[in-house]
Design a protein around this ligand. Structure first.
Ligand code: GLA
Length: 732
């Protein structure tokens, strides 16, 4: 008996449960503490820096709020969960039933099972705390054990109380071709709602991630910061409710609007994970935590370096020909690139895809354009010594297509109503809640990969929202499941694809940056940040994106001047320097480039290969924000060993005799010595710092003096300036 008691106590403590029913989840530098007395309420106690045993003990007997507030126990307050029982009862009252803890290699998982005091309805509030990255994922599993269905009206993934004071929120807002603009505002009384209702894509306008700066106006490298990223690809809703209490109430989850979910008997509904991080090193500190977790756990092939590619879209648009593709492949290979991607326009038999009005779904090669098909192109790519990839848009069709002629019932549209079309006036969304459609989408990829095993890369696009709510597959009384089941369908397909083709590189594109989210990234290697490739605007968009997503996932391409979206003429040097801060690629017709331009790109590609591990796997330190409007922007990546770093500096506006700030660096080792070398140099004379050795301490205290213009021949002068510096550790 005594032995059993000791064993039980050991298990309890190993699982993070103290004798006072405290659950202590911890990561290398953070702690999350809950109180879960059996038969009592699950209460939130603490989230922040890692607690010592002494502090943990001091927290015993204290708590802040219910950890997963349900509607019914305190109706005037915002709720995370609201359900209607079969008998019409709209309330819940949850108490702790049991706590289960498992410890795997990578993480500690805790599931606290709550059950309703009257109805056979239970909730598992789940947490996953990683051992090697400072992220705690939270989600819930809602189970109906009754005989009749229960309706879920609200079903957030998680709730977090945040102490009021001078809390600021940073979030991303934008639109097509202007994605991921950083918005920073203090939290005020009232409700801040950040949501999405697109149905298919969810990051054009707003993003499902936020940072909360607890010490006033957000700083990049100082200040207590909570980061939260909802790992979901569909409609979401983030709410920050500031009422009359001491806490801001943060809720995140699937957007429940028009998505009431009927939970059958014995069915369990899993909400998507909310990933939480905490850092006392400001926004950049929280970003580094997200990036490490992403590369390690949340991004397909996140620890692999990405190839440097040329994508055909802005070079030729729909004008695909065999000779044209061959020429582009030869050109990118000649500049040192490693992969070529043929974008839209290569398919369609009965209806050739010459513009965006037809053919989606007819995934057969148009042999009028490509007489030797994909095999011919693959053979040419091989000849040039590069890889080859393809654009597809598998979730869509057009009214003008063989697929739609055969399966008009496969589309998403309100029953009885004329199809509401999107892009090109003819595009339609396929109904991924339908398993037949899921098979069709899986088979498209499977057939391509079986027929052309040499394919290395797919650009997976999604260029439309759901304009008309309705599924021909879902029964009449389950139409409100469409938005959720669409994304479950997509997940099913992606899981099958990834199980069979784990090494295939897949880009998530969705009219540009519509799918930058951690819902899809477990299946995708990267995303297209925006259809806007203008380097100056990209400084802003990539800055915002980098708050949550690592450079290895951010496709960033050198494109033409004037730019095709902004019509701005930006010198090649600047376009290169911006593209080199993400996953470098090109989006241009190399035929139209001069030899001098090609040489500059060849040099840049060669240098990018050298810094690629630092950019794609290093730690980000954002230094000078373009949003602060000080005339320049700057950030750097530092290798985990702190022996190499890449520093970027871009001028963002141009005035004569401007006084731009000198930018102190960050993230270096103060005691190490670094030799400075400028990459992509165009100046006639080297920088004063070229080849010189500085200590990390000096560079972090003072930065380096950078001239605000380039010293080039008169006819080459222009109004842009940018610098990329490579720092390498040298022996003292
Ligand atoms: C979308 C993508 C572009 C391109 C086109 C092709 O707009 O974002 O990059 O692939 O589709 O039609």
């Amino acid at each position: 008996m005594k032995k059993n008691l000791i064993l039980a106590l050991c298990l309890l403590l190993a699982g993070g449960l103290s004798a006072q029913d405290l659950i202590h989840l911890s990561t290398p530098h953070t702690s999350l503490v809950l109180s879960a007395p059996e038969g009592g309420r699950l209460r939130y106690v603490y989230y922040g820096t890692k607690l010592t045993h002494t502090d943990l003990k001091a927290l015993e007997g204290t708590s802040i709020a219910d950890a997963y507030p349900e509607y019914g126990s305190s109706c005037p307050a915002e709720a995370a969960l609201a359900v209607t029982q079969a008998d019409g009862n709209m309330s819940l009252q949850l108490e702790v039933e049991r706590v289960a803890t498992t410890d795997s290699d990578g993480a500690q998982e805790v599931a606290i099972r709550l059950r309703d005091t009257v109805y056979p309805f239970s909730v598992a509030v789940c947490y996953r705390a990683y051992h090697d990255v400072d992220i705690i994922e939270c989600w819930t599993e809602l189970t109906n054990s009754g005989k009749k269905p229960v309706t879920l009206r609200q079903f957030a993934s998680a709730y977090l109380p945040v102490r009021r004071g001078d809390v600021w929120v940073s979030h991303l807002h934008g639109s097509w071709a202007n994605e991921a603009n950083l918005v920073q505002e203090p939290l005020k009384p009232g409700m801040l709602v950040i949501d999405n209702k697109d149905g298919v894509r969810n990051s054009h306008t707003d993003h499902a991630e936020v940072m909360l700066s607890l010490d006033g106006r957000p700083q990049e490298n100082a200040g207590r910061t909570i980061g939260a990223a909802l790992c979901y690809a569909g409609n979401y809703k983030l709410r920050i409710d500031t009422h009359d209490g001491e806490y801001h109430n943060f809720f995140a989850g699937i957007n429940e609007e028009n998505s009431q979910y009927v939970l059958e008997r014995n069915e369990t509904f899993c909400t998507p994970e909310l990933a939480l991080t905490y850092s006392s090193e400001g926004l950049s500190g929280a970003s580094r935590n997200f990036h490490r977790w992403a590369r390690q756990y949340k991004l397909a092939n996140g620890t692999k370096l990405r190839k440097i590619l040329l994508n055909s879209w802005e070079g030729v648009y729909f004008d695909i020909t065999e000779e044209g593709m061959d020429q582009m492949m030869q050109d990118i290979a000649g500049m040192g690139g490693e992969l070529f991607v043929m974008d839209d326009g290569w398919f369609g038999a009965k209806y050739p895809r010459n513009k965006d009005t037809s053919s989606l779904g007819d995934w057969v090669v148009d042999t009028r354009k490509l007489p030797h098909g994909i095999s011919g192109l693959l053979a040419n790519a091989k000849k040039h010594g590069i890889g080859f990839g393809l654009w597809i848009e598998p979730e869509m069709t057009n009214t003008t297509s063989e697929l739609y002629e055969k399966h008009p019932d496969w589309i998403v549209n309100a029953p009885q109503r004329d199809p509401v079309t999107g892009r090109g006036g003819t595009q339609l969304v396929l109904d991924l809640s339908n398993p037949e459609v899921q098979d069709f989408v899986f088979n498209l990829v499977d057939t391509l990969m079986s027929n052309y095993p040499g394919l290395e890369y797919l650009k997976w696009d999604a260029n439309m929202s759901i304009p008309s709510h309705g599924s021909g597959y879902l029964p009449a009384d389950r139409q409100s499941h469409l938005y959720i089941d669409y994304h479950r369908g997509l997940e099913q397909v992606m899981k099958r694809i990834r199980a069979k083709y784990p090494d295939l590189t897949i880009q998530a594109c969705a009219s540009g940056g519509g799918r930058a989210n951690y819902g899809v990234l477990p299946w995708f290697d990267e995303f297209w940040v925006s259809d806007n490739t203008d380097a100056l605007q990209r400084v802003y968009m990539q800055w915002g994106t980098s708050l949550f997503f690592p450079a290895v996932a951010m496709a960033s391409h050198i494109s033409a001047a004037p730019n095709h979206q902004t019509f701005r003429t930006i010198p090649l040097k600047y376009r290169i320097d911006v593209a080199m801060s993400g996953r470098l690629g090109m989006e241009i017709q190399p035929k139209n480039m001069t030899d001098e331009e090609k040489n500059l790109c060849r040099k840049a590609i060669g240098e990018y290969k050298q810094i690629r591990p630092v950019v794609q796997q290093g730690d980000i330190y954002r230094l000078l924000s373009p949003y602060d409007k000080l005339g320049a922007a700057s950030l750097m990546y530092v290798s985990p060993e702190k022996d190499k770093a890449v520093f970027y500096w871009w001028k963002t506006e141009h005035f004569v005799n401007q006084h731009l700030p000198r930018v102190p660096m960050a993230g270096l080792h103060p005691d190490k010595c670094y030799r400075v070398h400028e990459l992509n140099r165009i100046d006639n004379k080297p920088l004063d710092c070229e080849g010189k050795v500085y200590t990390g301490a000096y560079l972090m205290a003072n930065g380096l003096e950078l001239p605000y213009n380039h010293v080039v021949d008169y006819h080459k002068q222009n109004d842009y300036a940018s610098r990329v510096l490579y720092l390498e550790e040298v022996e003292r």
